[in-house]
Design a protein around this ligand. Structure first.
Ligand code: PMV
Length: 336
């Protein structure tokens, strides 16, 4: 029997991935850039045991039925591919816990599948490097590709039909930009209405501006974002991240039927961020993924202003202050 525990952090896309070119291999239609977060984490323990008769999953202290949508759609397909690729037959007991809301647009699947992949790599003795690990994590969730590394990294979309060149790359490490801070404003704790999987498929299929407003413009955002990170240009980073997130949400709203993840608190926070910036009172920017939470980018020197102006807004359930986090890692193992 092998028992391995691993820890991974969610990441926030500064230039988003939105749309798949291959649904089964989870291959994106555009490259993306992200920052890995500190403090928020998925802690995952796996038991790989020939005596187990079925795969099972405990998520946040709750047993998840193998018949459930989350198990069927996410874990079954991931495990099927892993067994085929790495030739193992043992069943798996997965126990995973997030210290932040799950399935609410906070990238819990990113950190969850990154932690699971790192644990499986250790349990099976695969010795995969970070690029191969990112491809393994991708089979659970696209954004998990980017939670393998800490700091700032990119996910190269690749062009090969088998996905062999779709992998993570490194831009800068965790220590590169200590001034950069991220606050996660939680505006709802329930599960989101549509999974990002459903949302992006509908956009690709039905949005008339997907090509022009999204795919044709992402390349420039990627170039600007890489430059902003390397030169630690906060204004450029924030401007590009905010614009990129708004473009992604614009394509969702222009889909049929429209997809809108925002609630009243999402609107209040984003409007306030823009207003404070226009009035030269606080330079902060927002980005939003497939959910109602607002991720605020700001500089350490403005911590108190962020707490005072944004941290107490009506409708906010919780605000988590964090900064740049580290890579996914094995924290414990017991191999018999
Ligand atoms: O990881 P997925 O396949 O559920 O997609 C996540 C997509 C966004 O979070 C909206 C954007 C991104 O690049 O993370």
């Amino acid at each position: 029997m092998k028992i391995v525990s691993a820890l991974a952090h969610p990441n926030i896309a500064l230039v988003k991935y939105w749309g798949k070119r291959d649904l089964n291999l989870i291959l994106p239609l555009n490259s993306s850039i992200s920052v890995t977060l500190a403090n928020l984490a998925s802690h995952t323990t796996i038991h790989l045991d020939p005596k187990l008769s079925i795969d099972s999953l405990k998520l946040n202290d709750q047993e998840i039925s193998p018949e459930s949508k989350v198990f069927q759609e996410y874990f079954n397909s991931y495990l099927k591919i892993m067994r085929y690729k790495f030739k193992f037959t043992e069943k798996l007991r997965i126990i995973t816990k997030n210290n932040f809301p799950t399935s609410a647009g906070l990238a819990s699947s990113a950190s969850g599948f990154a932690a699971l992949s790192v644990a499986l790599n250790e349990a099976l003795g695969l010795g995969l490097d970070y690029k191969k690990l990112s491809q393994m994590a991708r089979m659970g969730s696209g954004s998990a590709t980017r939670s393998i590394l800490g700091g700032f990294n990119y996910w190269q979309m690749g062009v090969a039909p088998d996905g062999s060149d779709s992998e993570i790359g490194f831009i800068a490490d965790q220590q590169h930009w200590p001034e950069l801070c991220i606050a996660i404003a939680i505006t709802a704790t329930g599960e989101k209405i549509y999974s990002s999987r459903e949302g992006m498929q509908r956009t690709v299929k039905t949005c008339p501006i997907y090509q022009t407003a999204w795919l044709d413009t992402v390349k420039k955002d990627l170039q600007d974002m890489e430059q902003a990170i390397l030169s630690k240009n906060f204004t450029l980073m924030g401007t590009v991240a905010e614009k990129n997130a708004l473009k992604m949400h614009a394509t969702m709203i222009a889909s049929t039927p429209p997809i809108n993840y925002w609630n009243e608190a999402t609107k209040l926070i984003t409007n306030t961020i823009v207003e404070l910036r226009e009035n030269n009172r606080l330079e902060s920017y927002f980005t939003i993924d497939a959910g109602p939470q607002v991720k605020i980018l700001y500089q350490k020197k403005d911590q108190l202003k962020v707490e005072n102006y944004l941290g107490k807004l009506v409708g906010l359930k919780e605000i988590i202050y964090t900064n740049v986090g580290s890579a996914a890692t094995v924290i414990n193992h017991h191999l018999e």
